[in-house]
Write a protein that binds this ligand. Structure first.
Ligand SMILES: Nc1nc2c(c(=O)[nH]1)N[C@H]1C(S)=C(S)[C@@H](COP(=O)(O)OP(=O)(O)OC[C@H]3O[C@@H](n4cnc5c(N)ncnc54)[C@H](O)[C@@H]3O)O[C@H]1N2
Ligand code: MOO
Length: 400
């Protein structure tokens, strides 16, 4: 298999997988889950005729004076008809009789004992929320494939949804490889590098609603790498590895996934940085071997892994959203490969960061997204427009 373009590689990965199974959960457990079916309103909203303000319900709005007869707090129904000469004191959310024409606000009326009249110039009108005015049973609240964020969760709670069908959480097993890797926070050792993929991957996977297990860093030993990958494969839908996919003498992940039992999905893609990506299927399981260089890893995470995870987890919009933005400085790339360039947003334009080396990573602390100089272009000039993907949009629903 030869290296393929970014769009072809993404297409191959996305068509190689389909969403995991579904389950029903109660509303209290639905936060962060992905809806597997359209969610419908179970009841009308509001579910009774009620007042929109603190005031007085009136049946005859042509009168100038009424007798205050009773009151209704929020949640109390008003089932009896209101006499024409009567006013019913109602709190916001309190029941309004079927024959009431309007509710007049407390501050637009005068009450003396049980006698009520309107303030000068006030006309009693409106202020009643009719039964089902916001929605009726069967109204669509949320499409399938949407992530239940706090706003959506609160709307379904409000609408009275008690349980719903969601995709089961995607189980992702991650193996980090590299005997030279140190745990962050431990003393430095010349020759070593601090392990940084977990710090990026774990919160990203959790934000996507995945259950994840991390193994390693595993020393560069073929048997240990094989055993770790097989252990993860026992309990996970997706197995992700980092490192060991280039051509070095310790790159043991590549030969592992090139064995006969695996069906290759992608073997190197024409992007820079991050070309050595390798993905293979075994049955329903997908194995994605990511390059270990941190810059290459991050770019593969956002360009390939996040879309694949969204697709597997049931998201409706899973492909990255590329937008056209104007450059404030030139970009350099190479014809025949897609250059993925670290950028910032400056005054509504896109500014490339000075340092774009694959072996350098710390500039990502300033980067807000990637610009994509596609395979047909060797450069782009200031003022030209390029495709841009913002990191923020990648991990929420802002996909295509
Ligand atoms: N002869 C060739 N050499 C290389 C090629 C090639 O085609 N021919 N490809 C280069 C490209 S492109 C990339 S990208 C890297 C990918 O290398 P690997 O995926 O095999 O990664 P490693 O060799 O394991 O590590 C590379 C580098 O990154 C550091 N690393 C790895 N994991 C982590 C981690 N979790 N946290 C921090 N740093 C990590 C590792 O220490 C190495 O320094 O290969 C090129 N070489
Ligand atoms: O493709 Mo690699 O990530 O250039 O160095």
């Amino acid at each position: 298999m030869s290296p393929v373009s970014y769009p072809d590689a993404l297409r191959s990965l996305l068509t190689a997988v389909s969403p995991v199974g579904k389950e029903t959960v109660c509303i209290g457990d639905a936060l962060h889950r992905i809806t597997a079916e359209r969610v419908l309103a179970p009841q009308p909203l509001p579910n009774s005729r009620r007042s929109a303000v603190d005031g007085f319900a009136l049946a005859d709005v042509t009168r100038r004076q009424w007798r205050v007869a009773g009151s209704r707090a929020a949640g109390e129904l008003a089932t009896d008809p209101l006499a024409e000469e009567d006013a019913l004191a109602v709190m916001t959310g309190g029941g309004v009789p079927d024959n009431a024409k309007a509710v007049v606000r407390v501050e637009e009326s005068h009450q003396l004992g049980d006698s009520l009249c309107l303030a000068d110039g006030v006309v009693a009108n409106g202020n009643i929320n009719e039964l089902g005015h916001e929605l009726m049973p069967g109204y669509s609240l949320l499409d399938a494939g949407c992530r239940m964020d706090a706003i959506r969760h609160s709307t379904l709670c409000y609408a009275g949804v008690s349980d719903l069908c969601v995709y089961r959480p995607l189980r992702v097993g991650v193996m980090l490889s590299g005997g030279e890797l140190l745990t962050p926070g431990t003393p430095p050792r010349p020759g070593s590098s601090y392990e940084c993929h977990r710090a990026l991957l774990q919160p990203t996977l959790e934000q996507l609603g995945c259950q994840c297990t991390f193994a390693g860093p595993v020393a560069d030993d073929p048997q240990r790498i094989h055993d770790t990958v097989e252990q993860l494969a026992e309990h996970h839908d997706l197995i992700v590895t980092s490192g060991g996919v280039s051509m070095g003498k310790y790159d043991f992940v590549r030969p592992l996934l090139k064995q006969q039992e695996f069906e290759l999905v992608v073997d190197r893609t024409k992007i820079k940085p991050g070309s050595p990506l390798l993905a293979a299927k075994r049955g329903e399981q997908l194995f994605v071997a990511m390059p270990g260089y941190p810059a290459a890893f991050l770019i593969n995470l956002f360009l390939y892994l996040v879309p694949v995870i969204k697709r597997l987890a049931g998201w409706q919009r899973y492909a990255p959203l590329w937008q056209h933005e104007v450059l404030n400085a030139p970009l350099r790339g190479r014809v025949g490969r897609s250059d993925m360039i670290r950028i910032q947003k400056r005054a509504e334009k896109v500014a490339p960061l000075a340092d774009q080396l694959t072996s350098h990573y710390c500039g990502f602390a300033q980067a807000e997204g990637l610009a994509w100089l596609d395979e047909t272009r060797s450069h782009a000039t200031a003022g030209e427009s390029v495709a841009v993907c913002w990191f923020d949009a990648l991990v929420n629903d802002g996909g295509q």
